[in-house]
Ligand binder design. Structure first.
Ligand code: 2P0
Length: 342
């Protein structure tokens, strides 16, 4: 905590997480309780992260939020309000808990383009507030109420969000299942197909899926519990083939659910370039006679490719060959390949 001129201030950074078992659908909209458990890999925060400063002072007259340099109206942001109210309620700092708070948050990557910006943003906000207001105990359930996937960014490495059973959401929390150094050499390539804001938000898309998709019911009840077991075992044994196969099946099923949603989510999150990437990965894996690359897509067209370090050079040159960056090839424009270095 930095203190100057009656202002107490904390700055934190929080990383993005990539879901390998997907969260899609809530059983309780208010508390953000998911239909199924999910599992993710937290990226190194040196690469994609949110950076948030929270400041508190007796001189501030209202709560304020600046997001990527633009002032937002907190009165229109119920989830931010809820986070602030919960953190104030749990605060052990009697002198500061009733003061107004200023929040300044910045992402070093495109916001709302399916790159999990809300996950990094809310986890960062909750963590920074916990330091400022002295809040102890599990913070993931508070981050969850900002944005579901944010609870998983509270930890590094491999993280499970347990769906929980309690009606009040008290057991719907994130837990680290393996640390960040558990699987040396595992890398993710992020292919930014389009960095613009997507059409349908995840929140709206998954709400419509819950209301209309029979496939989602089947998936959350019968597929995910089994896949969680398979994935945890694959991670624990560092079994890339099983990890890769389950990751791709999960991505495929998420986007099948989006298609099964009525009316289907339009435009679809995955575009023509996304499907070309799937095709390239499939052909390459077939050519190798084993799974060397796994793709996964969230609520946007950008691809996340899991690859072992030894294969990075070959795979990134293959991608650069078929999807050259900064060339105008119609729908393949402005693609950028970034590699996660550790
Ligand atoms: C995930 N996604 O597991 C899945 C995969 C997108 C596709 O979590 O309504 O922004 O704020 O709880 O967390 C995106 O959903 O939705 C998401 P809310 P959130 O990462």
């Amino acid at each position: 905590i930095k203190k100057s001129d009656g202002v107490n201030m904390v700055t934190c950074q929080a990383p993005v997480n990539i879901a390998i078992i997907k969260y899609w659908g809530k059983r309780n909209e208010q508390l953000i309780l998911p239909l199924n458990s999910s599992l993710s890999v937290t990226l190194d925060k040196k690469e994609l992260h949110s950076s948030t400063t929270v400041a508190v002072s007796e001189d501030f007259s209202e709560d304020c939020l600046w997001l990527n340099g633009r002032k937002h109206n907190i009165a229109e942001m119920p989830r931010i309000q809820k986070c602030l109210a919960t953190m104030r309620k749990l605060s052990h700092n009697e002198s500061l808990k009733d003061c107004c708070i200023h929040i300044c948050s910045q992402n070093n990557f495109p916001t709302a383009a399916g790159l999990a910006s809300s996950a990094a943003g809310y986890s960062c906000l909750v963590f920074a507030l916990s330091r400022l207001l002295q809040v102890k105990g599990d913070l993931s359930r508070i981050a969850r109420q900002g944005s579901g996937s944010a609870c998983r960014s509270m930890y590094g490495g491999f993280v499970e969000w347990e769906k929980g059973d309690a009606e009040d959401g008290s057991d719907s929390i994130a837990k680290q299942i393996a640390t960040e150094d558990h699987w040396p050499g595992l890398r993710v390539l992020i292919l930014v197909v389009n960095e613009h804001k997507k059409g349908t938000s995840s929140t709206d898309g998954m709400k419509r899926s819950v209301e209309t998709s029979d496939l989602l019911k089947f998936r959350s009840e019968f597929c995910v519990p089994e896949r969680m077991k398979i994935m945890k075992k694959a991670i624990s044994e560092r079994d890339f083939e099983t990890f890769a196969e389950t990751t791709m099946k999960e991505s495929n099923q998420l986007h099948a659910v989006c298609q099964d949603t009525y009316p289907p989510i339009a435009p679809p999150y995955m575009n023509q370039t996304s499907h070309s990437i799937v095709q390239l990965v499939t052909l390459y894996n077939n050519f190798c006679g084993q799974l060397k690359v796994a793709y996964t897509f969230d609520a946007g067209p950008n691809a996340f490719l899991f690859v072992m370090e030894n294969d990075i050079a070959e795979i990134s040159s293959l991608i650069r060959h078929f999807f050259p960056p900064e060339t105008d090839r119609g729908f393949i424009q402005g693609m950028e390949v970034k590699s996660q270095t550790d």
